[in-house]
Write a protein that binds this ligand. Sequence first.
Ligand code: AN7
Length: 355
Amino acid sequence: MSFNNKSLINKYKDYLPISNKTPNITLGEGGTPLVRSMNLGPSLGCQRLFFKLEGCNPTGSFKDRGMVVAVAKALEKKKKKIVCASTGNTSASASAYAARYGLDSIIIVPSEEIALGKIVQAMAYGAKIIGINGNFDQALSIVRNIVEIMDIELVNSINPYRIEGQKTASFEIIDDLGIQPDFLSIPVGNAGNITAYWKGFKEYFESGKSTGLPKMMGFQAEGAAPIVKGEIIQDPKTVASAIKIGNPASWTGALEARDESEGLIDSVSDDQIINAYMKLTRLEGIFCEPASATSVAGLINLVNNGLDMSEKTIVCVLTGNGLKDPETSQKNSGFSIQTVDPNLHEILKLLKNQK
Ligand code: AN7
């Protein structure tokens, strides 16, 4: 098993709640690229804008960082089953690790609202999928009840091991930059991830790996912005299905990250999300899912409102892969293929017309 020495758990074991009884499992999570913006940043006057490509994780989202620790702890506790509510990515991640390590996974999802690629993943990995005629918040409330009466491990981010694993993304950012960023921009749904990043930044600072702390900038979708509005949203709405959440479980963690870092949590409209999503593909060659683009949409708004970011190091977390939600991409990219006979002349004619 020496190959597993490269695992995320092993790499950051000094910062994680694991012992020699915790199995050192891995599906290749973590170690995701931090790439510098080529065009979008400079067009906003930001010369040091970076994207953390969490869509490069094995199931295509940041959830794998937390899931590997949660599943390792479930195995340590000899659990046989895991359960989660999900807007899609948590369920894809949970069912992959469950399949790999011989656990049953039960996932409870809002039937109508999951992006196609995510539900396809859970099916492929062999999860037991239960759809509800309701939203994520209702699914999570049911899952909280299930674990009271069944011997099953809950792997939503209210499981503290999820937060522990997810904080490793902050470590990687500092390891790659050599210093903490000035600003960290991140989408906020159930608010586990912003909580995790902030914990990670603080721990690295406390252990002398950085010289300061970034300001945390969280962004919710306008129709699903309970933290911004300061009240639970009963019927959240947004094109960014991953963050269609009206009552975030880690609400307090998000407020702490905002206030302790002197950052902000704001909202962006669906149009702004799609605009940022398209700019990322067309100007950067980066295909993320709509929820992920809220981090960039939020940054664009701040710059348009006059915030001077020209000298700042900014990291936007792109939480999930664009392939997860082909339908939203299809709707927005003018999807059509011109088909002709396999004939050079025909093709040259088309290319000429394009000029
Ligand atoms: C791509 O999968 O909540 O604020 O059930 O999939 O930590 O919830 C997903 C959330 C951002 C928000 N970007 O993170 C789920 C789920 C993507 C996401 C978020 C999610 P949190």
